[in-house]
Ligand binder design. Structure first.
Ligand code: IMP
Ligand code: MG
Length: 201
């Protein structure tokens, strides 16, 4: 596993994002709508930086099936949403890849009578967009590689890492081959123990 963004870099990114959001929205109350499950870490860090009144709600979206690293069909669940009429909404997702998730969710939220709907993502992958929509706020532009950590998973694993890492082909293959999570976790940890001190997060 190669570290792409350390927890310090992520932290600085969240500060920049929260400042940009407040510059645009001012001190008006903001309804943050996070996209489960990948945005949980981002939402929890972001809302503690967004000064001024904030409400939080979650929707669920999934376009990945198990050990695939390319999106499948999109599934959405919006039944946890409160009444959004008249509210300033900020849709928050972990990563903008093809953009299909964000585009579909923005359309759903706009139909619910919000005063405004903006979107924020921590990451945007280069050269992958399949939609015309772009997020209003982007934390980091990253290369087209499969990343995990800080909320993002591969087949349900690695969301808990405090940094963002690129999963290499061996790790993807090991997961696909059914290597159990504990052995894979130990294997990755021993790889990291060999790394020189540095951007380890
Ligand atoms: P999109 O609809 O193609 O933009 O996909 C967005 C969703 O795909 C994100 O919310 C993530 O859940 C997932 N995704 C895309 N790229 C990655 C990645 O590199 N690692 C983990 N999840 C990803
Ligand atoms: Mg997601």
């Amino acid at each position: 596993m190669r570290i792409l963004l350390t927890s310090t870099q992520l932290d600085e990114g969240i500060s920049r994002l929260s400042e940009s959001v407040r510059q645009q929205v001012g001190r008006r109350p903001l309804t943050v709508v996070g996209v489960l499950t990948g945005s949980i870490v981002l939402v929890s860090d972001l809302i503690r930086r967004l000064e001024g009144p904030v409400r939080v709600s979650m929707v669920w979206a999934s376009s990945y099936r198990g050990t695939a690293t390319r999106p499948g069909s999109l599934e959405l669940r919006l039944d946890l949403l409160p009444d959004l009429s008249g509210q300033d909404v900020l849709l928050v997702d972990d990563i903008f890849d093809t953009g299909r998730t964000l585009e579909a969710l923005l359309e759903e939220l706009r139909r619910r009578g919000a005063a405004s709907v903006r979107s924020l993502v921590l990451l945007r992958k280069a050269g992958r967009a399949e939609v015309a929509t772009q997020p209003d706020f982007v934390g980091f532009d990253i290369p087209d590689e499969f990343v995990v950590g800080y909320g993002l998973d591969f087949d349900g694993a690695w969301r808990h890492l405090p940094y963002l890492a690129v999963l290499d082909e061996t790790e993807i293959a090991a997961t696909r081959a059914g290597l159990d999570a504990a052995s894979l976790h130990d294997a990755v940890r021993s790889t990291q123990a060999d790394l020189p001190p540095g951007p380890r997060a």
